[in-house]
Design a protein around this ligand. Structure first.
Ligand SMILES: [Fe+2]
Length: 294
């Protein structure tokens, strides 16, 4: 039996609801100005094409690693939830928030309220991080790195409490012989993002993976395809970043794409086949991209 997992990230859906003047105080003001510039980068027709292509391939599960929204306006949450519903039933879609989903402190509590069906433990209706959802022989573990930061910052953190639970989940799932997929928005290694944009406790995450291992780590945030390996107890652990699912311009690694992982048991281990699909330069047609280097 094989399990097909689709991965997309950083949808940055638009248009933005019209903000009230008082909603643009503080960090949102710089974010709003920035969004006017980014608006031409994130194309909703392209995003629609990516989703249609994912659905054509009928994956068993879809992982969305954050940044559905832009500047955390209250009006963005309803749109984000409606958009997430277009991916599929929450049973088949998992979501972890990005820095743009937890943009300012006073909206952080909206995340569990809005996204609970996509980020809850099996058998629970409340959002919790890290969450564990087991589908067949695959354990999907969602970690939140969304924290509120000051203007011009896009950093994230897992925090000590999540790290403790994550270690337990990874160990338990290893004992059950499951294929462990960790989903997180920020690249989870030191130097994974530029100054002011990185995961503050990336070193602790690297150490945790070195102790517990994982079979696959998925992230977004850099709007760029990245193939990386972290050190696990029994060898390297695949850590794959995907481009923004709505980005139009940029290098081949930055243009809109999604990744597809076919996971199969092979003897005592696993075989993973990975494909990337998206838009090549100068083409409006979505096509197969160079395979991911595993
Ligand atoms: Fe993003």
């Amino acid at each position: 039996m094989s399990f097909v997992l689709a991965h997309l990230s950083d949808a940055h859906i638009g248009p933005l609801p019209k903000p009230r003047l008082r909603e643009l105080l503080g960090k949102r003001l710089t974010g709003y100005i920035n969004w006017q510039r980014r608006n031409s980068i994130h194309n909703m027709d392209v995003l629609g094409g990516i989703i249609a292509d994912i659905h054509r391939h009928a994956p068993d599960h879809i992982a969305m690693t954050g940044d559905i929204m832009n500047i955390g306006l209250p009006g963005e949450f309803a749109a984000a939830r409606a958009w997430l519903r277009t991916l599929g039933e929450p049973e088949h879609v998992s979501f972890v928030p990005g820095n743009h989903d937890g943009y300012v402190r006073n909206i952080l509590s909206f995340i569990p309220e809005t996204f609970a069906p996509w980020c809850s433990h099996d058998g629970d209706h409340h959002a919790s991080f890290p969450f564990l959802r087991v589908r067949g022989e695959v354990a999907l573990i969602g970690v939140s790195s969304a924290i509120a930061t000051g203007p011009f910052l896009a950093s994230g953190a897992i925090g000590p409490a999540q790290l403790v639970t994550l270690e337990k989940l990874l160990m338990d799932c290893a004992a059950r012989g499951l294929f462990r997929v960790v989903m997180i928005h920020h690249p989870p290694w030191r130097g994974g993002a530029s100054f002011g944009r990185g995961l503050r406790d990336a070193g602790a995450f690297e150490q945790l993976i070195a102790r517990c291992g994982a079979e696959l780590i998925l992230h977004g945030h850099n709007h760029k395809r990245i193939e990386k390996r972290l050190q696990g107890p029994d060898g390297p652990v695949l850590c794959i970043g995907v481009a923004s699912a709505s980005a139009v311009p940029g290098t081949p690694r930055h243009r809109a794409a999604w990744h597809m992982f076919k996971i199969e048991r092979q003897g005592n281990g696993w075989h993973v086949q990975a494909r990337a699909r998206g838009f090549r330069e100068g083409s409006d047609e979505l096509s197969e991209l160079d395979p991911l280097a595993l």
